[in-house]
Design a protein. Structure first.
Length: 262
C-alpha cells in the first residue's frame, strides 16, 4: 500500500506520519487525538507525533524507539507506555509536565542518573522500570537497592514497578522489601557452610489462641453514638404509636354522618 511505503524508512523501521495516525484513530485532525495505541508496529521514528498537541494517553510499547524528541511537545500527556523499546535517554520527557504514569520496562537505562531529568515532573505517581511477569527490566535494575534510590529521588511516587510505596498497601510493600533484604543478607558467601538448624515454627507459641478484645476509644465512642441513635429511634416509634392511637380514638368517637335524618 502507498501509505505503508511512506511509513517505512530506508534504514529500517516505521516512521509515524499523519496518514498512519489518522488511519489508526479515525480522526481527521491530529489535534483531536486524545488516546493513541501504537503497540508492536515496528516504529523506530516518532515523526510527527509531536503535532498531537492534546494527546493524553499514549501506548508505544513493543517497538524499536530510541529517540524521544517529539514527545517533548506533548504537554497534556498523562499516561505513557514505552515498554520494550530501545530508549537510553529520557531528556524530552522532562517537558511532559502533566505526566502521571510512565512505563519504561524493557529499555536500555543503565544508571539512575538518567532519570534525573524527570524529577521536575510534579504529577508523576507511577514509574515502572521492571515487569517480572513480562520478563522486562533495565540494566539499572540489577542494582540491589535501586527501588529505594528511586523512592528517595522521587518522593511523590505512589507506585514503583507496580508496587505501592505510599498510601494504601505501602506497609505491605515495605514488609516485602524488608523480607527481600533479610533474605539477601542471609544468602551470602559461606551461608551453606553452617550446619542446618532444627526447623522452627513460623509463629510464636499461642499465636493462634483467641486473644481478649482490645478496647478502642474510637470504637467505644462509635458504639455510644449508635446506642443514642437507636434510643432516639425507639422514642420516635413510641411517640408515633401514641399519636396513631389518639387519632383512632378521636375517629371512633365521632357520630356516623349517615345516621343523621333530614
Amino acid at each position: 500500500e502507498p501509505e505503508e511505503e511512506e511509513e517505512e524508512e530506508e534504514g529500517g523501521g516505521v516512521r509515524i506520519t499523519p496518514q498512519l495516525l489518522k488511519a489508526s484513530t479515525g480522526e481527521f485532525a491530529l489535534e483531536s487525538i486524545l488516546l493513541l495505541r501504537l503497540r508492536g508496529r515496528r516504529i523506530a521514528h516518532l515523526g510527527c507525533l509531536g503535532d498531537c498537541a492534546n494527546l493524553e494517553w499514549l501506548d508505544l510499547s513493543g517497538n524499536a524507539i530510541a529517540q524521544l524528541g517529539p514527545l517533548a511537545a506533548l504537554k497534556s500527556l498523562t499516561v505513557l507506555n514505552l515498554s520494550r523499546n530501545r530508549v537510553a535517554s529520557l531528556e524530552p520527557l522532562g517537558s511532559c509536565r502533566n505526566l502521571q504514569s510512565l512505563n519504561l520496562a524493557g529499555n536500555l537505562l543503565g544508571s539512575l542518573q538518567q532519570l534525573r531529568c524527570l524529577t521536575g515532573l510534579r504529577h508523576l505517581e507511577s514509574l515502572r522500570l521492571r515487569d517480572p511477569l513480562a520478563r522486562l527490566a533495565n540494566p539499572l535494575c540489577a542494582a540491589p537497592a535501586y527501588r529505594a534510590a528511586l523512592a528517595d529521588m522521587f518522593p511523590g511516587l505512589k507506585a514503583i514497578d507496580g508496587q505501592r510505596v505510599s498510601g494504601r498497601g505501602s506497609e505491605l510493600y515495605q514488609l516485602c522489601r524488608d523480607l527481600d533484604s533479610s533474605l539477601g543478607r542471609g544468602g551470602g558467601a559461606g551461608a551453606g557452610t553452617e550446619p542446618p538448624r532444627a526447623a522452627q515454627p513460623w509463629v510464636e507459641a499461642g499465636f493462634w489462641e483467641p486473644r481478649p478484645p482490645r478496647h478502642s476509644s474510637i470504637a467505644e465512642e462509635a458504639y455510644r453514638q449508635f446506642g443514642e441513635v437507636l434510643q432516639e429511634c425507639r422514642e420516635l416509634s413510641r411517640r408515633a404509636d401514641d399519636t396513631i392511637a389518639q387519632a383512632e380514638r378521636a375517629l371512633s368517637g365521632r357520630p356516623d354522618p349517615n345516621s343523621y335524618v333530614f
